[in-house]
Design a protein around this ligand. Sequence first.
Ligand code: GLC
Length: 737
Amino acid sequence: MFRLPKGRLFAAASAIALSFFVVMPAAAQVPAPQAEQRAKALVAQMTLDEKIRLVFGQYSTDMPSKSFVTPKGGRPSSAGYVDGVERLSIPPQWLTDAGVGVSTHRTAKVKRERTALPSGIATAATWNRKLAFEGGAMIGREARLSGFNVLLAGGVNLLREPRNGRNFEYGGEDPWLAGVMVGEQIRGIQSNRIVSTLKHHAFNDQETNRNTLDVKIGEAAARASDLLALQVALEVGDPHSVMCAYNRVRGAYACESEWLLNEVLKKDWGFKGYVMSDWGAVHSTTQAANAGLDQQSGWPFDKAPYFDAPLKEAVQNGHVSPERLDDMVTRILWGLIASGAMDEAVSDRSAEIDYAAHAKITQADAEEAMVLLKNNGVLPLAKTARSILVVGGHADVAVLSGGGSSQVYGSPAMIVPNEGPEEFPGPMVWHPSSPVKALQARTSAKITYVDGKDIAAAKKLAAKSDVVIVFATQWTGESKDVENLSLPGQQDALIAALSGKKTVVVVQSGGPVLMPWLPRVGAVIEAWYPGTSGGEAIARVLTGEVNPSGRLPVTFPASEAQLPRPVIDGDPKNKELRPTVDYDIEGAAVGYRWFDLKGHKPLFPFGFGLSYTRFAYDGLSAEASDGLKVAFRVTNGGQRAGQDVPQIYVAPVAGGWEAPKRLGNFDKLTLTPGETKTVNLTVDPRLLATYDEAKKRWIVRGGAYRVILARSATDPVREVTVTLPDQVYDLHGHKVP
Ligand code: GLC
């Protein structure tokens, strides 16, 4: 670490791994049937001990508190390591976190400095499938070149709880948007011939008491909410591994839930890959193995090495059949073979990473993730501005990132003493990408930066400035929920003191926040955690080099009283508490659906976002066809190019759903001034149906349906009504004759 002025520390540069490598021809991914054949042939040659070796994963970071050291062969300060079987050319599995890039676990002395994407919710806020894929492809490449063949990404837990400390890792509140965006990222990751996970299966939607809480939710509501998000991501991304969650669901721990693993995931959805546990989420040997868990991860996080000697003994005593053990190992090998990881070994070739090219990818994501929430015309910044005051959020040197196992360290990372917790999910890590420096490079205005701790002094400077830009931050991290949605510390008071029509607020948060000062400021941008090129991205949106095109993937409540649970269930101070969290309160009416159902007016609605230009919609038509086919036109009516996100919502005229309407689909398109484009979309039949528990079918009830073309969940622009026939669909959304 070396000390910067103002007492801020930047992590030391990481050890640059010197490695010599032979350029390998990229192996292709292997078609499923062939992969299955090869996996079975390998298993037939394996001894019992070799099979046990493959289903037992260890942590790959020293844990002095448990007298545990990184296993021989493991990559230091990373998430996991599973021995291979050299005799059969089965490689070890090297596992790294997570959804924004190659992480380094917190106890590491030397950080593995890599490119960080913006947070998962930021990528969802782009509503841009292509960007999600490209971001996944980039972090998957950094994972492979860092010597990892499993990337623990694909977090898609539905945003039921706006105070969840891990919302920043996921894809928002709508199952279709979250499933599509996270699925595209998984597809991108696996294009590098490594395995991506999909996680956390299922209903780990809050961090308070995450290891013990029991989720109560009915079958139909479950299938149409969190499980639909996971299923869509599975269909779009084809992940070769699924990580089961910490919590219980209907009384059973997720990693030993017959319903979640054997029934829903493997039988109903036809999942051929392997289920790995979360780190410390295993509670048994025979129950877990027989319920569908295929690999214990992260020993010694669990109380016992359940899938090591205890599993061998269970197989020898007939408690777990040899066939089931063979199935576990076949699934793991299937994942390694189908992804291409088996045929193209990984090694530490981090010297090959093209950070400059990767910076462009994360920056493009961050730019399209930014949501312009309010603008009285103060943005884009006027070229005539002579003096700009920038306040707070360490905006002179860095941008914020979320904490926990997904932590990626930029180069070099900044950690401010006495800011944020030392212990997990800390430290609070800032990426060295300065909005002020990036802004200064784009304007001849005099820019003054103050940290905002002295509100009176900042107020005096604001009075003499043409523009005031306040950087508001809300740090969130794994294992903790935020107590409330207010900005922490004195930030609301600071913004109120600096408010005015020339004041711009840039929010870097993990999810929704309250904004009591909103009526009194000129503009607000939600920048989320914008990744290792976030400073450039923010400056380009502020100056208008980039026209903001983000749309909210989550409802911003006007108050916590509007939520299904005004107070989070459980007690963060009592780790042993075993609370029940009743998701039947809202069921599948998550987010905007709940706000529609209850008639609540949000601060900002799902799908909302402004632009520096304006778009018009017309020509809406819809026809029934294996779901729904929709067409419409979008025109850029402004003076500058921009991107828009037209949204299609669907609603049965006769009601009968969990809420008045659902998002049916969306598109993201770029239009030059005056340009018109026609958009053709389909709506998946499962989004038009209700789930029939007894028949395990999706039922579309015949009748009239409203098809709404909208700018957000509360801003309909065009509407048509279409009549759909009675129709039954199977679990995959295929018509049942
Ligand atoms: C963590 C997280 C999981 C992560 C794993 C390995 O506790 O829940 O998302 O991939 O452990 O670090």
